[in-house]
Structure formats: structure tokens, C-alpha cells
Design a protein around this ligand. Sequence first.
Ligand SMILES: CC(C)(COP(=O)(O)OP(=O)(O)OC[C@H]1O[C@@H](n2cnc3c(N)ncnc32)[C@H](O)[C@@H]1OP(=O)(O)O)[C@@H](O)C(=O)NCCC(=O)NCCS
Length: 158
Amino acid sequence: MFDRRWAVTPLTQELLRQYLPRLVEIDYDTIGEKWSSSHWSLDLPGKWELSRIATVRGIVTGFLIASRKGDKVHVHRAAVARERRYMGLGLQLVRELAQGALLDGCTGLSLKVHKTNVGAQLFFAGLGFKVTREDHDNLCMSATPDVIPGVRAHRPSA
Ligand SMILES: CC(C)(COP(=O)(O)OP(=O)(O)OC[C@H]1O[C@@H](n2cnc3c(N)ncnc32)[C@H](O)[C@@H]1OP(=O)(O)O)[C@@H](O)C(=O)NCCC(=O)NCCS
């Protein structure tokens, strides 16, 4: 049974350095462009505030790397360790990103997914993303943050 002792926390530059081998391991079966170490460490607007890692019982199990593009947030990379998929971690990573982005005045979320990565397309479509256009081997998908399941328009009152 799924161990619910998971947490989603900001991916700081220090945590990226510390966990890079594990992130690369989790990312191994992402279809499409392979990332070099410079992709991972690239400094982008809002990246270290928006990006997240998920841990289960203290073990890094998933990640989402995003940055700010004007009033939108772009997801560059996201993956969950194979043995922990279909347990809600991917949704939780996107939900936390969307919740923060919405409260921060962001109007949209975007990403690219390889045309052959049907699983990821179904995952993002299930969260409310729509295909907006094709870009070479990728589909561009976008959503407004408020459509992501569990995202609330206002901060919960204390
Ligand atoms: C895509 C990915 C991040 C999803 O993570 P996950 O933790 O397994 O997703 P969740 O458990 O939160 O799933 C949320 C919903 O999406 C659905 N879903 C997840 N993966 C799916 C898939 N491959 N095919 C169809 N539906 C899928 C789940 O069934 C669930 O739906 P439900 O709420 O109706 O039950 C994960 O499969 C992954 O790491 N893939 C490899 C890396 C990758 O391709 N990343 C995307 C690059 S753009």
C-alpha cells in the first residue's frame, strides 16, 4: 500500500547539487531530449522558487522543474520514480506549482511533451491541460492554474 509519508518541497540550488544523481536516475525514461548537467543547473527566472522535489519517507521520489515566462509558468521537466507512479505524486507536484502560481498572479501554465510520450500527454490532459500547437517533435500544452484539481482560487482563511 502507498506510504502517505510524502512531502513536496522547493528545489533549491543546494538541493539540486545534492540530489542531481537521483534526479537523473528518476528522469531516465523521460522520452525526448536528454538533459546534460547544464540543463539541470541553468538559472532561469523564478526557477528556484517554483521548482519542487517530492520525497517519500525522506527519499527523493519525484521532481518538477519550472520557471517564470512573463505572467506564465513553464514546466521544463517533471518525473516520478517508476516504482512510485500512479500514486498521486505527479498530481501533487503540479498542484503545488499551480497553487503557488495562481496566488502569485500567474495566468497560465505551459509545457512541451514529446509526441510519442502518450502517457505524459494523458496525465497532463487529465489535469486539464489542452494541446495548443505542435513544435517539431513536441506537443505544446497549456492550462490555467485554477483548472488543476485541488487548486483553490483564494488562500484558505486561518
Ligand atoms: C507523467 C508522470 C510524471 C505522472 O506521475 P504520476 O505520479 O504517476 O501521476 P499521478 O499518480 O499523480 O496521476 C494523476 C492522474 O494521471 C493519470 N496518469 C498518470 N500517468 C498516466 C499515464 N501514463 N497514462 C494515463 N494516465 C496517467 C493517473 O491515473 C491519475 O488519474 P486519476 O486521478 O484519474 O486516477 C510519470 O508517469 C512520469 O514520471 N513519467 C515519465 C517522465 C515523463 O514523461 N514526464 C513528463 C515529461 S513532459
